[in-house]
Design a protein around this ligand. Structure first.
Ligand SMILES: Cc1cc2nc3c(=O)[nH]c(=O)nc-3n(C[C@H](O)[C@H](O)[C@H](O)COP(=O)(O)O)c2cc1C
Length: 256
């Protein structure tokens, strides 16, 4: 497999992960890949915590459930999500961006049936969310975390900020490079990874996740990943815009 094959086959896996615990050797391999990521001034602004204790996964799951349910009561959030969600697979493939509804919600669920209507009517959706309609998606999010054999929580280390007026942005870019290294190493080892970030949407949520995991105040939770081995027939499509939609040479062309 070439590096490009590995890059292309990495997926955000909502599929079921095998129960098999991830070996220490594989955790070391992922950590080593993360370790060699580039960062501005080599500040290495990250900390990783691998979580496999059932009680801790349950607590993170509970928090994610509550945050997901709360988000779905926010009309602005629902409207933004609708903008990036395709109702049909054909629409998703034609667009080449965003997410596909069928991946996000169980196709047999009531939420999946009513979602297309609700996405067009964000205020109604948010009202239903406030009345508790977000509990179903919230529970699904909780299950993703509770049932995964391993979670990896990525922290931004506030004592390791890049110099420069744009330090916060350089630091975020470095964290992105770090977790992509980790995810590619995971892909190579047959491990699926998925971001489950609802609990980190707000400052309170990030603080709560940090407190739950005993993080110092200088560490800010930035990402929650669930990890697990994939069955050999796991196959999940994804889409991207064509290269010429975002790659140019020398100057941007004026819009036609
Ligand atoms: C910083 C970041 C946060 C993300 N958060 C979530 C999330 O909370 N839940 C989720 O299902 N996917 C999340 N994703 C995954 C994206 O939805 C996914 O990468 C995108 O739809 C493309 O799919 P693919 O990675 O399978 O190609 C996140 C991705 C990134 C980079």
């Amino acid at each position: 497999m070439t590096l490009l094959d590995t890059i292309r086959s990495r997926r955000s896996q909502r599929a079921e992960l095998l129960d098999t615990p991830i070996t220490d050797d594989d955790i070391e391999y992922l950590s080593e890949a993360a370790r060699w990521a580039p960062s501005p001034f080599n500040v290495q602004p990250w900390a990783l915590l691998f979580v496999d204790e059932p009680e801790t996964k349950a607590a993170l799951g509970r928090l994610s459930r509550e945050c997901t349910a709360e988000q779905l009561g926010n009309a602005d959030f629902v409207r933004d999500v609708a903008r990036w969600t395709s109702v049909t697979g054909d629409e998703w493939r034609d667009r080449g961006d965003g997410v596909y509804l069928g991946d996000q919600l169980d196709e047999s669920s009531l939420a999946h049936t009513v979602a297309p209507f609700l996405m067009k009517h964000a205020r109604a959706a948010a009202l239903l969310g406030k009345l508790g309609a977000g509990q179903g998606p919230g529970k699904a999010t909780e299950r993703l975390l509770v049932e995964a054999p391993l979670l990896c929580v990525v922290f931004r280390d506030g004592t390791r900020v890049s110099p420069g007026a744009n330090g916060a942005m350089w630091t975020s870019l470095a964290i992105g490079a770090m977790f992509q290294n980790l995810l590619l190493a995971a892909t190579e080892r047959g491990i699926g990874g998925q971001f489950v970030c609802a609990a980190l949407e707000t400052e309170d949520g990030r603080r709560e996740v940090g407190a739950l995991l005993g993080a110092k105040d200088s560490l800010e939770a930035a990402l929650i990943l669930r990890l697990g081995y994939l069955s050999s027939d796991a196959d999940k499509p994804s889409v991207r815009r064509p290269r010429d939609a975002f790659v140019g040479r020398n100057r941007f062309e004026e819009d036609a």
